[in-house]
Design a protein around this ligand. Sequence first.
Ligand code: K1U
Ligand code: ZN
Length: 173
Amino acid sequence: MKRPILIHPDPRLKKVCVPVADISDDLRTLADDMLETMYAAPGIGLAAPQVGILQRVIALDCAKEGEGDARSLVMFNPAVIASSDETNVYEEGCLSIPEQYAEVTRPKEVEVEWMDRDGNAQRETFDGLWATCVQHEIDHLNGKLFIDYLKPLKRQMITRKMQKLKRERAREQ
Ligand code: K1U
Ligand code: ZN
């Protein structure tokens, strides 16, 4: 089932999410819903707080169309355990901040540990867009948005645009 995506500013997008305990059927349903919501948006990632669930769950698929198979990943309790000194700049977007993009500098490679949908521990090193995206999604779990890396004036400008968009969308309903 597709779930509605929260739009910034929303207090739920600023909260630190809690770790999940055991993987339950409810969490597997959340994971399936997040993938469906992400693909429909369309997006390459999604974090549970973006659908109003304040638990540490993310979904991602950064495989480029026509360049091999899609690889959908769902991570429970993901954590970056090592980061490269080398950085990468990527023009990021966010499904909670529609049609706004800005360059963000992050470590080029990250090693991530997580629990998969069967409760097994996983560990993998990501680079390129996968590294950018997994860091963006883990930031969401800590209440951090990509605009928090920008200068205050630019962040304020984007926030005002989003407030206007939310007012317009509310009027249309
Ligand atoms: O977390 C999110 O809001 C999803 C976001 C992930 C992301 C994008 C770019 C850099 C870092 C993280 C998005 O998916 S925005 C949409 C997007 O980038 C995209 C959509 C369709 C095709 C390709 C990219
Ligand atoms: Zn985002």
